[in-house]
Design a protein around this ligand. Sequence first.
Ligand SMILES: O=C([O-])CC(=O)C(=O)O
Ligand SMILES: [Mg+2]
Length: 227
Amino acid sequence: MGTAELLRLFDGLRVADVRDGLDWAGLHAKGTVSPEIKPLFQGARMTGIARTMRFRPTEKAVPPLTPEEYTEWAGRWYRDIYPDRITPVIERGDIVVIQSAGLPVGEIGSNNSLAWHAAGATGILTSGGVRDTDECVMQGVPIFCAYRAQSMVQGRVEFDALDVSVDIGGVLIRPGDIVVGDGDGVVAVPVEHAETVATYARQELENDKRGRRALYERLGRPLDETV
Ligand SMILES: O=C([O-])CC(=O)C(=O)O
Ligand SMILES: [Mg+2]
């Protein structure tokens, strides 16, 4: 199944619906990312195809450097140790999924997140930290993360691997799996179960809409897009 068809299957489904669809498919133990991984801001929602990457803590010592030398050294870290391998391969509808080095470091910031969005990513999911968070919120690119952080990656974090299976909040996410995030957190669907999960997720959403719509009408509430 192609990306467009997969995205159509999951279009408009809430995390709760997808969670229900997984249950209907017998996958009770799979998919729910740890609630420690949360939307960076209220209203962040994303649905897309996992494009994965893994970072790792570095063992490299930071040599004594003058501030002038540090500028050059820090630039080299981006070139040689923490290269941006993912931007050139992002396709429209991808979600950038990052297994973090797990340190108090802002591996994601307002710059790389916006660059990935410009390349076609519909959102970002990381098991680690984000910095420049005020700008990230202002920019509105959906980001789901474990914590906020301050530090640069230089002297702390290395690029490890692209397009590998990753552990995100206790869930195995493989390149090509479906990822959905909203105010309830993040859920991932193994791509081979996508059709079944989406079918029953849609059933649950439609049932829920019917029930809530009747309540809206009874209460005289103006209808909105959720009913
Ligand atoms: O520079 C980094 O690696 C992270 C960051 O702050 C950004 O992308 O804005
Ligand atoms: Mg930054």
